[in-house]
Design a protein around this ligand. Structure first.
Ligand SMILES: [Fe+2]
Length: 608
């Protein structure tokens, strides 16, 4: 996708009144978002949490909608359609049906499920109509997995691909397989051929273990994957009692081990506890030196392996069935980088595409694209292949905030700024790096990142201690120029595509591990980003400048946020995070702020 001209920073003013303007919305479950496409091409997209500053904000994304419309210079009445990412009535049908099936066990759960899962959703058309002042006939609904599939296929640079979407649950579907196709006449088709229905769900299986291991469901799944690296899959036989493959290639869960389908209070049943032992308290740290700590790590490794094996088997069948070289993956389970890497290595597909936001936030964009291409049958357009759809950061704003706070700041040209930042990193300083528009999706891919030297374990510990305030088993990730990624990491053919948006976990080459301690997980792997220059040119140049100083153009890249907070958006949030943490240097645009004590304190830790 060389040569794409990104529309990244400027407000886009639409001039052609015939261009169709479609707003996509995902809301009311987890991580709400809005996305706007004009004339078939995304113009902007943002998660509500980045604006409201409430992590995983599930509320109706008013701020995100307002920002999208303002950014594009579009009034609500100019919108041709507003598309909600799922069908509330089908969801209602599922919750009602499940409640009746399991009555009387479910009598407590039903009102809560109504509140949690439905609530405002039932009245979505009215809510959208009243907030935006548009007639109900302009409000459309896609199915949840259609939105996931569209977010995966219609943003991927491929004309013909198999599609697999996997999550906890949408309306009824928890997994869909199908095929996406673009035709010569500029039309596109998404044909989801088969589905697995709630309560049989790989996402719910993994979330049940997430809850059992004491992490919050819907955001602690990363922690289970990180913890898995410390364990051995000694309990896979037990996990397999919970999930059985069926002759038609699907699977069923043995519901005796679960309770998520009957109560909102707990995901697992007493029988689950008989099999796996007492659950972990969320308030107790995991001590891997104890037998319980090791049991939890083994449990994480076991469910991870069963998830991977199931996905590999299913994608192998899908590959045999379709004979296609490309696979598009969507749904929250597509955030599991270990599984994605195994799918690439073992399924037979040559290329695996995972969008930057495969989860429910990305459904806002998927729903808008689905309505445009499939419902309205508009011409298929190439979607720019990058994740930067949010508000732009402004160096002038950082200068103003720092100036008002009495902090010294410097404005530099690009070359000086990159040279200085590379010097800082080589001197062992930690840099908050804000650049251009915000990423859409959960990963920091170089526009809202904390950067540091990746070489020694002391840096990892310092980041965990002074900035991330998080468990030591959570690994950090590196960013590396795509051209040299293979030198440091064991990438299979097609691996750089998965690594474009940090969607795959790969092994660090053993000979480099001693110099990449801070980003090498206990099991020798890492979730790298392989950066193409035209996606984030300044970060790419910084990597090269750092490579000239250290001999290795690799940096540790972690999301720019503190524990429990969303990724920073504006300069003022970056500045506040900088002040409240051990970040030494803050860069936004061409403005640089440094804590006075930093250079002295960390000079001795020079690492390169
Ligand atoms: Fe989903």
């Amino acid at each position: 996708m060389d040569g794409i001209q990104f529309r990244l920073t400027e407000t886009v003013h639409s001039t052609d009144s015939t261009e169709m303007k479609i707003l996509g919305i995902s809301a009311h479950y987890h991580d709400s978002a809005a996305a706007l496409i004009i004339d078939g091409v995304p113009v902007c997209a943002v998660q509500e949490e980045r604006l409201s500053r409430r992590k995983n904000d599930p509320s109706f994304p008013l701020a995100a909608i307002e920002w999208c419309l303002h950014h594009a210079g579009v009034e609500p009445e100019d919108l041709d359609a507003v598309v909600f990412y799922e069908r509330p009535m089908l969801k209602f049908d599922r919750i009602l049906t499940c409640s009746l099936r399991t009555f009387p066990h479910s009598w407590r759960a039903f009102p809560k499920a109504m509140r949690n899962s439905l609530g405002e959703k039932m009245w979505v058309r009215g809510i959208i109509s009243s907030h935006l002042g548009i007639p109900g006939r302009k409000i459309l609904f896609t199915e949840h997995h259609q939105s996931h599939a569209a977010a995966a296929f219609l943003t991927a640079p491929t004309d013909h691909a198999a599609i697999l979407t996997v999550d906890g649950v949408g309306e009824w579907a928890t997994l869909c397989v199908g095929v996406g196709e673009r035709f010569r006449n500029d039309t596109a088709r998404i044909n989801l051929q088969r589905e697995i229905r709630f309560p049989h769900s790989l996402g719910m299986l993994y979330s049940t273990f997430t809850a059992y291991l004491g992490f919050p469901v819907n955001e602690g799944e990363y922690k289970v994957m990180g913890l898995a690296g410390y364990g051995r899959p000694t309990m896979t036989d037990r996990v397999r009692k919970l999930i059985q493959r069926t002759p038609d290639g699907a699977f069923t869960l043995d519901l005796d081990y679960f309770s998520f389908h009957t109560t909102a209070e707990s995901s697992y049943s007493p029988r689950f506890l008989e099999l796996f032992g007492p659950p972990r308290s969320p308030y107790e740290p995991i001590d891997l030196e104890t037998s319980d700590g090791q049991r939890f790590a083994d449990c994480a490794a076991s469910v991870q392996q069963v998830l991977e094996n199931t996905l590999v088997e299913m994608t192998q069948s899908l590959h045999q069935e379709t004979g296609l070289p490309d696979l598009c993956l969507g749904g929250g389970v597509a955030l599991n980088g270990l599984a994605n890497a195994r799918i690439l290595a073992e399924s037979g597909f040559e290329r695996v595409f995972v969008p930057p936001a495969p989860g429910d936030a990305g459904c806002a964009l998927g729903a808008a694209l689905y309505a445009d291409r499939i419902h309205f049958g508009n011409p298929d357009r190439e979607v720019p292949d990058h994740p930067f759809w949010g508000p732009s950061v402004n160096g002038g704003d950082l200068a103003r905030v720092a100036g008002e706070d009495g902090q010294q700041f410097r404005d530099c040209d690009d070359q000086a700024l990159i040279g200085q930042t590379a010097d800082d990193l080589a001197a062992g300083l930690i840099v908050g790096w804000m650049e251009g528009p915000l990423e859409f999706g959960p990963r920091a891919l170089g526009h809202r990142s904390i950067l540091a030297a990746p070489h020694n374990v002391g840096m990892r510990d310092r980041l965990n201690r002074e900035i991330k305030y998080r468990e030591e088993f959570r690994p950090f990730a590196p960013v590396v120029p795509i051209e040299v990624a293979d030198r440091y990491f064991e990438l299979p053919p097609g691996g750089t595509r998965l690594a474009r948006f940090m969607s795959g976990v790969f092994r660090v080459r053993p000979e480099w591990r001693p110099r990449l301690e801070a980003i090498t997980h206990i099991d020798g792997t890492t979730r790298l980003q392989a950066l193409e220059r035209n996606m984030a040119p300044r970060l790419y140049d910084l990597l090269e400048a750092y490579g000239q100083r250290s001999g290795m153009p690799v940096l540790l890249n972690t999301s720019f946020n503190l524990a429990g907070e969303p990724i920073v958006n504006r300069a003022v949030e970056g500045y506040s995070t900088f002040l409240r943490s051990g970040i030494d240097v803050l860069v936004a645009g061409n403005t640089r702020v440094m804590k006075r004590e930093s250079r002295v304190a960390h000079r001795e830790e020079a690492v390169a």
